[in-house]
Structures are given as structure tokens and as C-alpha cells.
Write a protein that binds this ligand. Structure first.
Ligand code: GTP
Ligand code: MG
Length: 195
């Protein structure tokens, strides 16, 4: 899709603020600082539609974006940020569950994993949880520009194994700096719109 229109619909702090389920949605999940907002911006050719930050734990709400009046991108709050209080963590869990377990128009769930590191405990938990509800989980291994090409392949294999991916799942490498993987991700998303 050639995106010329992308806008924030709502920053939702609870379920009552979620928009109507009348458009297909794609949700982006992942650890704080993994690059969710950067990926969203890259896909819609914008520098700062979704706020990015070197300070982890910035996005603590579910942000819904309208893309070209055809599809919604849903930026889920990041997890695994140590400085978050127990109350905030519980609030995060409830919000994310309210979204992921009840969203009939949710067509693909994308889980972002930092390509450089071993899969963390929180990543594995998040994957298992999504995989329990969804037949296919799409993994995007971010920050691929930090590795060279042969390392990228090696690390993709490492992430696959670390998460225990099923044959129905998909994995692709991405970089918001070099734009590696952007076209592949869009081919997948275009599939959501024509379905
Ligand atoms: P939260 O909203 O806090 O959960 O973070 P996020 O997952 O939205 O991450 P964000 O996009 O804000 O990026 C976090 C940091 O990583 C920023 O400093 C980005 O510039 C950097 N970053 C994101 N993607 C990439 C990438 O592909 N390559 C490199 N080198 N840096 C990246
Ligand atoms: Mg963010």
C-alpha cells in the first residue's frame, strides 16, 4: 500500500475507549524499547506519528492509528520495563488482555523481538500467550542494522528456537534505519486488507 494518510484515532487507557470493530486491525506487541513505534512510523512513511523514545516504557496506552481508511495499526504498550510499579503492571495486563482476547477484527498479531539478544523470559511468555489465542504469530526481529548479513540469519534461527515457533508462525528481519524488511511486512499487511 502506498500510504498517504495515517492518523491517530485514539490513545486508549481502557476498554471503553477502543474504537468500533468495523475495520481490520493489526496489533504490534513487544518489549519496551524494541522498536514498535519506529516500525509503525516506517510503515506509514512518517517520522513521528507514533512517538518514539530512547526512554523505555513510554507508551503505556493502546494507540489506534487509521491507515488510509483501510486498516488500523494498534500500538500495544511495551512490557518488561523494570521501573514500572506492580499496580502499573497489573493495569498493563488487564488492558492488553481486554484487547487481545476480545477483538474480532484483529487479523494479525505481530510480536517484535530485538534480533541482537537471546529471547527473554518476558518475550517467551508473551509469545506463548498470543500463540494460545492465535493460530499464527508474526515475529518481526528488529534492529537488524546492528548485525551483519550472516549474523542476521544466525540470529533469526536463534529467535525461532528461543520462542519455539510453530510451522504456522512467520518470522522476518527488520530495521527502521535501513528499511530492511519493509516491503515484506507490507506484502503481509496487504493480505489483511484483501482478505
Ligand atoms: P515503548 O513505546 O517504550 O514500548 O518503545 P518502542 O517499542 O515503541 O520503541 P521505539 O520505537 O520508541 O524505539 C526505541 C529506541 O530504539 C529508539 O531510540 C529508536 O530510535 C531505536 N530503534 C528503533 N528501531 C530501531 C532500528 O531498527 N535500528 C536501530 N539501530 N535503532 C532502532
Ligand atoms: Mg512506543
Amino acid at each position: 500500500m502506498n500510504v498517504t494518510k495515517a492518523e491517530l484515532i485514539i490513545t486508549a487507557g481502557n476498554k471503553s475507549q477502543f474504537p468500533e470493530m468495523n475495520k481490520p486491525e493489526v496489533a504490534f506487541a513487544g518489549k519496551s524499547n524494541v522498536g514498535k513505534s519506529s516500525l509503525l512510523n516506517c510503515l506509514v512513511n512518517r517520522k513521528a506519528l507514533a512517538r518514539t523514545s530512547s526512554q523505555p516504557g513510554k507508551t503505556q496506552t493502546i494507540n489506534f492509528y487509521n491507515v488510509q481508511d483501510e486498516i488500523r495499526f494498534v500500538d500495544l504498550p511495551g512490557y518488561g520495563y523494570a521501573k514500572v510499579s506492580k499496580t502499573e503492571r497489573e493495569k498493563w495486563g488487564k488492558l492488553i488482555e481486554d484487547y487481545l482476547c476480545n477483538r474480532e477484527n484483529l487479523r494479525e498479531v505481530i510480536l517484535l523481538i530485538d534480533i541482537r539478544h537471546e529471547v527473554g523470559k518476558n518475550d517467551k511468555m508473551m509469545y506463548d500467550w498470543i500463540a494460545h489465542y492465535y493460530e499464527r504469530v508474526n515475529i518481526i526481529a528488529t534492529k537488524a542494522d546492528k548485525l551483519n548479513r550472516s549474523q542476521v540469519q544466525k540470529h533469526i534461527a536463534m529467535v525461532k528456537k528461543g520462542l519455539g515457533l510453530r510451522p504456522t508462525d512467520r518470522i522476518m528481519a527488520f530495521s527502521s534505519v535501513s528499511k530492511l524488511g519493509k516491503d515484506e511486512i507490507w506484502s503481509m499487511l496487504d493480505g489483511v486488507i484483501v482478505d
